[in-house]
Ligand binder design. Structure first.
Ligand code: FAD
Length: 479
């Protein structure tokens, strides 16, 4: 039974939401977390290796992108634990040279490597962050591709992970069935529950309104097979009141929630709300190599090539069951028939292309020119400015593949200009939508946004560790 009143209501249970839940609960407050997705245990992740679970573990914006053309597709996880359930377990600090060259003019003065360092340490300890020794075979092939690009071996190293006793099976992106990946559901959330927080799964917040000396959050139930999780109308709504509310639904859902609530809150400077969203410059490319790559051995992501003073990194990727079958359907010369997505044939596809398929991704600084608006029903529509450019490393990477005699895949970006990102950032930027110190929505005391949507720019490395460190920092001020 979800109570009608609480001290704090938190919307979303990913990196931002779980940390807020723990710290508020530890300070003695009654905390209720509303989470749109389901609760999953490690045993459940035995089942999610079946690709039919993708629609229960993932949310895509826009949801119908396979039918409707969209300039960029944003993919995120959902469930108690948020995207941490399906993330690759990579937890990298933003490198100092990225701060110096690109971020210092974009981030408020409250944020710098020195000012975040203490909070990075708290999260790193909690999630057992370390640099693993094992280099999977495909990462060694990536090393050679990077050397061919003239990036040299001094720029290569294993990615930092939050994992304990990894079996190197690579299925991190469908939930870790061994419980090795340190997601929120294994770390912050049990501690938050131990400290008294309530997690209400399958509850989607639709809008928030100012009420008495706090806020009322209106929400609806979602079902375990609810493919319409994006939709905001057509269900009876329930509500819960709290003096403090934390929106931690991630980007782009947090800005969308504020857009739907705008007329019901105190006026706030909203010109940047839903604007300046970055896809962290994500762009993956696959190639069928001349040699065995053993795609399926090793962590979902394992190695990074980064060059001091450059605004990109290159990483290897293995994302079963989605990787080869969905992303590269029929776009290699050597593949005659498009692969099947489901069942035995799907498994066969993965097996056939697994041996020599190398997928690398460029993650880089972009200009943050994605924005969202709401359709008349309140659903999210995504737009990308025509000036959006991708890193020129993408073409250099393809050239290196070709020089190695590989069959280079044609991506959606090459065919239609469509991009995908798993690292959306921004939409409720600190300094323009929320206060940098408290992450409170300007002019709305007690209403905070604590997730990737407050970050003012791309981070070049994956953003999770920074989202978590920012959450720890702000919780030290507002709990
Ligand atoms: C496949 C994949 C792999 C990734 N791997 C990495 C990695 O290895 N390293 C890295 O740094 N980053 C990685 N990322 C990105 C990273 O996971 C995100 O940047 C991070 O999770 C953002 O945290 P957050 O707190 O903003 O939101 P999330 O973790 O996305 O949590 C938001 C939660 O809010 C819930 N929610 C949304 N709307 C509502 C609503 N209206 N009502 C109730 N609940 C709601 C969602 O269901 C979700 O559970 C990956 C992303 C994906 C998709």
């Amino acid at each position: 039974m979800i109570p009608k009143y609480a001290d704090v209501v938190i919307i979303g249970s990913g990196f931002g939401g779980s940390i807020a839940a723990l710290r508020f609960a530890q300070s003695g407050k009654e905390v209720v977390v509303l989470e749109m997705g389901e609760g999953w245990s490690t045993d459940d992740f035995e089942r999610t290796q079946d690709p039919r679970y993708i629609s229960r573990l993932y949310r895509d914006y826009p949801s119908n992108y396979l039918i409707q053309p969209s300039p960029i597709v944003i993919t995120q996880g959902m469930g108690v634990g948020g995207t941490s359930l399906v993330y690759c377990g990579i937890l990298e600090r933003i490198p100092d040279y990225v701060w110096k060259n690109y971020l210092c003019s974009k981030w408020p003065d409250d944020y710098s490597p020195e000012k975040l360092s203490r909070y990075y340490e708290i999260v790193e300890e909690k999630l057992n962050v370390h640099e693993p020794d094992f280099i999977p075979p495909r990462a060694k092939v990536m090393d050679r591709v990077c050397e061919k690009m003239g990036l040299g071996d001094i720029n290569l190293r294993n990615l930092m992970v939050g994992i304990e006793d990894c079996r190197e099976c690579g299925w991190c992106t469908m939930g870790c069935k061994f419980g090795a990946k340190m997601d929120m559901a294994q770390t912050y959330i049990p501690d938050a529950i131990g400290a008294g927080a309530t997690f209400a799964e399958r509850r989607k917040a639709i809008f928030i309104r100012r009420a008495f000396k706090g806020y009322k959050v209106y929400y609806r139930p979602t079902t375990s097979v609810d493919r319409d999780y994006h939709l905001v109308t057509g269900w009876p709504l329930d509500s819960i009141w709290a003096r403090q509310v934390v929106i931690a639904a991630g980007s782009p859902e947090s800005p969308a929630l504020l857009m739907r609530s705008r007329s019901l809150l105190n006026r706030f400077p909203g010109k940047d709300l839903g604007r300046g969203i970055s896809g962290n410059g994500d762009i993956p490319i696959g190639a069928i190599m001349q040699e065995d790559v053993y795609t399926y051995k090793g962590r979902a992501m394992s190695r990074m090539c980064r060059k001091e003073d450059e605004d990109f990194i290159i990483v290897d990727m293995h994302a079963p069951p989605i990787g080869p079958a969905v992303k590269y359907k029929g776009t290699f010369e050597s593949i005659n028939k498009p692969p099947q997505f489901w069942g035995k044939k799907h498994k066969q596809t993965l097996k056939n292309y697994g041996e020599r398929l190398l997928i690398l991704a460029v993650i880089s600084m972009d200009e943050g020119n994605i924005h969202i608006r709401l359709d008349p029903k309140g659903n999210v529509v995504i737009r990308r400015s025509s000036s959006y450019t991708i890193s020129n490393v993408y073409e250099k990477l393809k050239d290196a593949f070709r020089e190695m005699g590989a069959d280079v895949g044609v991506t959606d970006y090459d065919l239609t200009g469509r991009l995908y990102t798993a690292h959306p950032i921004g939409g409720c930027k600190m300094g323009s939508v929320v206060d940098p110190e408290t992450l409170e929505l300007y002019n709305n005391p007690g209403l905070h946004v604590i997730d990737a949507s407050v970050l003012p720019s791309a981070t070049v490395v994956g953003p999770s560790l920074t989202v978590a460190a920012v959450a720890e920092k702000v919780m030290g001020v507002i709990h």
